[in-house]
Design a protein around this ligand. Structure first.
Ligand code: ZN
Length: 374
């Protein structure tokens, strides 16, 4: 997560974001095509031709990756699983699917849509490559590389371990065979780490064999896959645990509310310290006016606590992000991370129903895990 992403706009209602690591890839691809690949494959063309070919190829490669991710998203939306955004990062893309698919078959088709699209693009560029073979000009060279790279992306993503698409395919198969999503997730993640380990061993073997540049790349991909497998497992395990639960189940409904005219010294002595809570809805005549957090109080110098009132430091109602009681816990937790807030007031028809904080969500899971409930 974090803020190191560039917003590109919306396609088919899905927000496209670019992780800054993508620029490294874009530069490396363009540079290596212009200065190595194209001059080696077709010597004797002007340098400017190699560079313009490389730029066009990078742009089409970028569009290919976006198309792969859009394919996942379109299929997932067709199954009623919303996709909020797609982030393109160093090794390709990631569609941000905010809910788990409900059926193994949906998951299987969602996962296969991406690699199938890449292979279709490979076939398309292969056809262009074949049709332009007589002229043997820049279009032929560009199409050839794009056919090869899309095939590589399609096949690599079919490797059956998380976080790759093949990992989701594998999980869907185990899920439909066992009927147990949690066991399927663990199996796909374990296989993902095993495959990552295989890449690392293969890379190290290549390095000792003298192919240090290739070996370093392979080992690096293995290391990346391993950490991604571990983190995608944690995220999926969290999603599985939260699935089907709502904000109402995890919220606190006995929040001490405070009035806007209260001075901070009185508030701290009479409400904050006795309650042990960290945030306080400001309610007047049954209406939520704002929210006061411990952080906001601490930001005011202590000597001013006698003169400052709740209304001077609270987050006003208009700036508050709220959730509904029937909102899915996954979406509540994702919004906390995305909007970088610790808690949301839970609003039911304009009335404050409770508060939900990160701690509440985590405690909710911990308690249910300990009790063996799901
Ligand atoms: Zn994919």
């Amino acid at each position: 997560m974090g803020g190191n992403k560039l917003r590109l706009g919306r396609v088919l209602g899905i927000e496209l974001k670019l992780d800054y690591s993508w620029f490294i890839v874009c530069f490396l691809v363009t540079w290596s095509l212009a200065s190595h690949y194209f001059p080696m494959a077709h010597s004797g063309w002007p340098t400017s031709t190699y560079w313009s070919m490389a730029l066009v190829t990078s742009a089409l490669f970028f569009i290919s990756i976006v198309t792969h991710e859009l394919a996942h998203s379109v299929v997932s939306q067709a199954f009623g699983v919303p996709v909020r955004d797609i982030t393109l990062f160093i090794f390709g893309g990631a569609a941000h699917i905010s809910e788990e698919p409900r059926r193994a078959r949906d998951e299987l088709l969602m996962a296969l849509a991406g690699p199938a699209t890449s292979l279709a693009l490979a076939a398309f560029f292969g056809l262009v490559w074949w049709a332009t073979r007589a002229a043997d000009g820049p279009p032929h060279a560009v199409a050839g590389w794009l056919a090869w790279i899309n095939m590589a992306v399609g096949l690599f993503n079919l490797v059956p371990g998380f976080p790759l698409d093949g990992g989701r395919v594998f999980r869907a198969i185990v899920w439909s065979a066992t009927g147990n999503l949690r066991r399927a997730t663990a199996a796909a993640s374990g296989l993902g780490r095993l495959i990552a380990f295989g890449f690392i061993v293969w890379g190290i073997w290549q390095i000792f064999d003298g192919n240090w540049a290739n070996g370093l790349w392979i080992a690096f991909i293995g290391w990346f896959l391993d950490s991604a497998a571990a983190s995608s497992y944690q995220r999926l395990a969290l999603q599985d645990a939260l699935a089907g639960h709502t904000a109402r189940e995890a919220m606190m409904s006995d929040c001490p509310t405070v009035r806007r005219r209260l001075t901070l010294d009185v508030l701290v002595d009479q409400v904050v310290l006795p309650s042990g809570r960290r945030c306080f809805p400001v309610v007047e005549d049954g209406q939520l006016d704002g929210l006061l957090t411990l952080q906001r109080i601490k930001a005011v110098p202590r000597e001013r606590w006698t003169s400052m009132r709740v209304e001077d430091v609270m987050i006003p109602r208009g700036e508050l992000k709220t959730v509904r009681p029937d909102e899915d816990l996954n979406s509540v937790f994702e919004r906390m991370v995305e909007e970088d807030v610790n808690q949301f007031p839970v609003m039911d028809d304009g009335r404050l129903a409770g508060m939900i904080a990160r701690d509440n969500v985590l405690n909710f899971i911990r308690l249910r895990t300990e009790m063996g409930a799901t």
